[in-house]
Write a protein that binds this ligand. Sequence first.
Ligand SMILES: [Zn+2]
Ligand SMILES: [Zn+2]
Length: 267
Amino acid sequence: MGNVYEIYALRYATMARTPQMNFLAPDPHETKAQDLDYFVWLVRGHGRNILVDTGFNAEEAGVRGRKLTLNPVDALAGFGVKAEDIKDIIVTHLHYDHAGNLDRFPNATYHLQDREMAYATGRCMCNGMLRHPFTVEHVTQMVRHVYGERVTFHNGEGEIAPGVTVHRVGGHSDGLQVVKVETERGPVVLASDATHYYANLHRRSPFPIVYNIGDMAEGWRIVERLAGHPDRFIPGHDPIVCEIYPRASDKVDAFALHKTPSRSFAK
Ligand SMILES: [Zn+2]
Ligand SMILES: [Zn+2]
């Protein structure tokens, strides 16, 4: 086979939630707990270790009242990958839970959408609600990486390696990008926060953090088109991912997304 990769979801934190918190227009009858998991994703193959997002650290978890299981850098180490060995990091967007730890990867180039940097440093950040998911220290660190010539900007679509591409969808954050990875079971799309849960996309019902609902709705179509099959996109925060994909480590919470899931969403 040509350029196929392995993909691992590394879970590093969790948060107890109810469905009322996870949909812009929740179903009032739905009361069963719906927790939120936090992940970074590791793409491996052809001598490359490409990291998708960098998570947050213990200090950030304390400020935000989240439960950090372990720092994503330590999760990676437990999985056998040193931070120094990461050469490419795709930052799907600059929210606190995707763009912390930016000082922990000394040899990495960061891949970011033009519009995400513009959004995170522009006029919308004067609004508390839009600003809330961002952490100024993370954004500032990314600005430092720009000045250090360690950022590769993408505008819309971009190739990170043969078989690994990024695609801007916006919506949740103006420069949100998803990642398409060729695997043994076909292209798999890491949708990040284009859909927090499977249900956000299935019901066409946005997660409440949203910059542009029209773009978000179009983003769901883009994710479906890129994936080409309902079992080949991975939501950004859904605990179901850990139930249906095979565990890939006895040391850390790692799940093999290039393998066939135990449950199918195909109709
Ligand atoms: Zn986000
Ligand atoms: Zn997120």
